[in-house]
Write a protein that binds this ligand. Structure first.
Ligand code: BDR
Ligand code: CA
Length: 307
């Protein structure tokens, strides 16, 4: 099994990523850390705990991480995820509280304690990951790979920037420059993973509580994607990070250099993805270009059936 730490800002798609990972025997979730992003830190942490209760991750540490970006002001995304960050389903209040350890410290500690280097899944702004790198010398050696959702060759929060990178560009830059192997699920590939009405119908027909909650999450996510972005269906961005760890063969990846814009007047948070190799800069990331869409949804639906 692959030991994974999940850092994110749940978040509808972050939540579904946890639900997928928890269902799969290949993955061993050793910790969950939260960051401010889709909602403020207390909300994203409460949401992570609610999802842990839902899927029975009772022994997995949940640590609260950064309450704001490294340098910039905090901005959240209620237009997409509602005020709670996880609007839609009516989930019970969490049965437990979060750890007293800071999320960035949990990442470092778990990575150092593990017998083998761990895989870090990052589905929110990269503040905690950057803090862990800054605080813990040599931590790079304990992290096999960072599989993250962020960036792409287009934007969704500004014309050129994707939300997770835009929310904390300085953190993202330090992660991309860390030397750790980075696997990137950007908008180019996540926009292929649309929760269409047919998909939602299949999920709703699965007779268990977890699948029902996922159906409700997707209904809410669809409605905000329709209103805010004029999409017909919602892309389940973050879920691709977990799916990749289970079934990389569903993904077409390209080795590229990615640089993060931290200064641009109009382009802060943009990822400059060198798909054509024009910069001559060394490759630092695997970048997702094409998804086996049917294979992806089959994986998700089969995982939901196991609950
Ligand atoms: C990313 O931003 C958030 O709204 C989602 O959870 C995802 O991580 C997509 O741009
Ligand atoms: Ca997210």
């Amino acid at each position: 099994t692959k030991k994974i730490i999940m850092d994110g800002d749940p978040g509808h798609d972050d939540a579904i990523a946890i639900i997928l990972a928890a269902a799969r025997p290949e993955l061993d979730i050793i910790g969950i850390t939260t960051v401010s992003g889709n909602a403020d830190i207390d909300n994203t942490t409460r949401n992570a705990l609610k999802i842990c209760d839902l899927v029975g991750l009772n022994d997995v540490i949940v640590s609260q991480g950064a309450s704001k970006p490294l340098v910039r002001l905090r901005e959240t995304a209620p237009s997409i995820h509602g005020d709670s960050g996880l609007d839609g389903p009516d989930l019970p209040e969490p049965s437990r509280s979060w750890s007293h350890e800071h999320g960035a410290d949990t990442i470092s500690r778990l990575a150092r304690e593990a017998a083998e280097p761990v895989t870090l899944l990052a589905t929110g702004p990269l503040t905690n990951v950057a803090l862990a790198l800054a605080k813990t010398p040599g931590i790079q050696a304990n992290i096999n790979e960072i599989v993250l959702m962020g960036g792409g060759t287009s934007g969704n929060w500004t014309p050129t920037a994707e939300f997770n990178i835009w929310a904390d560009p300085e953190a993202a830059r330090s992660v991309f420059e860390s030397g750790i192997p980075i696997t990137v699920m950007g908008l180019d590939i996540t926009h292929q993973a649309l929760a269409t009405p047919e998909v939602i119908k299949q999920i709703n027909s699965i007779d268990n509580n977890v699948a029902q909650v996922v159906g409700e999450l997707l209904d809410f996510f669809t409605s905000t994607y329709q209103e805010t972005f004029n999409f017909k269906s919602a892309p389940v961005h973050d879920v691709l990070t977990a799916a990749y760890c289970v079934a990389p063969e569903l993904f077409t990846m390209q080795d590229v250099n990615i640089a993060v814009e931290t200064k641009g007047e109009f382009t802060a948070g943009t990822t400059a993805v060198d798909l054509q190799g024009v910069t001559g800069r060394e490759t630092n990331a695997k970048f997702g270009t094409e998804l086996d869409v049917d294979g992806f949804w089959t994986l998700m639906i089969n995982a939901l059936k196991t609950y």
